[in-house]
Design a protein around this ligand. Structure first.
Ligand SMILES: C[S@@+](CC[C@H](N)C(=O)[O-])C[C@H]1O[C@@H](n2cnc3c(N)ncnc32)[C@H](O)[C@@H]1O
Length: 287
């Protein structure tokens, strides 16, 4: 460690209110304490490490101009492959991404479960449900429900472990697979939680088409997102574009996406300050 260089850094961090100078040296401010390894919020382990999925993705912002001039993701330009292909090739990245996803809403899960009447659905498919934390909480709150989680293989294996740990093996199925392939058929609801914003319209249509093809005729498609201009932040809007080529869509854009598949937007439920649930029904069902 070069002490003069470290001093420059600490002085700069003090100017940003991350550190505070004391007679003995420097200490973290209340704000800066969020960045400490022992803060328990995953910042240091997952978001600030440049070798984590989030840290690596942040570096794609170096190619921001590419995204702004083309409307395409910057990630492939920086790394030669898209975000998901990169995660598939590097298990450590995949692992850090899945953990980040679980950590990001762990404190909000009880509110998400309480804010919507999930018990209306005897069978629900969580399409790309990550490590299964949310589905496990929904099923625990509603013992009459059955859940089926689909996600890519390593993540699906984690979800199986989550369900076993919650004693939910009897009421869950897990499929390792892609939402670009046929989904488990006949369920009452298909949940897409923070999925469509990862994708451009062409891919979002392909995902919705798979949900509609699989759903029971009276089934519902439940899209949870940070709806653009209502719940999303400008930072997340840009991140979705730069990292995945996706975006936070506005309500009318979701309505239009759905209509192309005969989906009618029925209700919008606020789950948290950041997320809304858009419930679509199939036009053909008439219900
Ligand atoms: C933003 S995360 C959201 C995960 C979860 N729904 C949640 O809210 O925590 C996106 C998810 O999409 C999954 N995913 C990406 N490409 C996929 C594909 N082709 N088929 C199925 N899942 C995919 C990822 O593995 C990841 O779990």
């Amino acid at each position: 460690m070069d002490s003069a260089a470290l001093d420059l850094l600490l002085a700069h961090l003090a100017s940003l209110d991350v550190m505070q100078q004391t007679t003995a040296g420097y200490r973290t401010t209340e704000f800066g304490a969020n960045l400490r390894a022992d803060a328990g919020n995953g910042f240091t382990n997952m978001l600030l490490r440049l070798d984590s999925a989030a840290g690596r993705a942040e570096l794609a912002f170096v190619e921001l101009a590419h995204s702004i001039t083309t409307g395409q993701a910057a990630y492939p330009r920086r790394y030669g492959k898209d975000f998901w292909a990169d995660l598939a090739e590097q298990p450590r990245l995949r692992e850090s991404f899945d953990q980040q996803m679980t950590l990001r809403f762990q404190h909000q899960v009880p509110r998400i479960v309480a804010a919507f009447d999930w018990s209306r659905f005897a069978n629900i498919v969580d399409v790309s449900g990550g490590q299964g934390t949310l589905l496990a909480a929904i099923l625990t709150a509603h013992p009459e429900m059955h859940g089926h989680l689909v996600d890519l293989a390593p993540t699906a294996a984690d979800a199986s472990r989550t369900f076993s740990a919650h004693g939910l093996d009897d009421r869950t199925d897990v499929t390792a697979g892609s939402f670009f392939d046929p989904l488990p058929a006949g369920a009452d609801a298909y949940l897409l939680f923070d999925i469509l914003h990862d994708w451009d319209d062409e891919h979002a249509h392909r995902i919705l088409a798979r949900c509609v093809a699989a759903a029971h005729p009276t089934g519902r498609i439940l899209v949870v997102e940070a709806v653009g201009r209502q719940r999303s932040t400008s930072e997340m809007d840009l991140a979705m574009l730069v990292i995945c080529g996706g975006r936070e869509r506005e309500l009318d854009e979701f309505r239009t996406l759905g209509l192309a598949h005969g989906l009618i937007l029925d209700t919008v439920t606020t789950l948290t300050e950041e997320r809304q649930l858009l419930e679509f029904r199939l036009e053909a069902s008439g219900l």
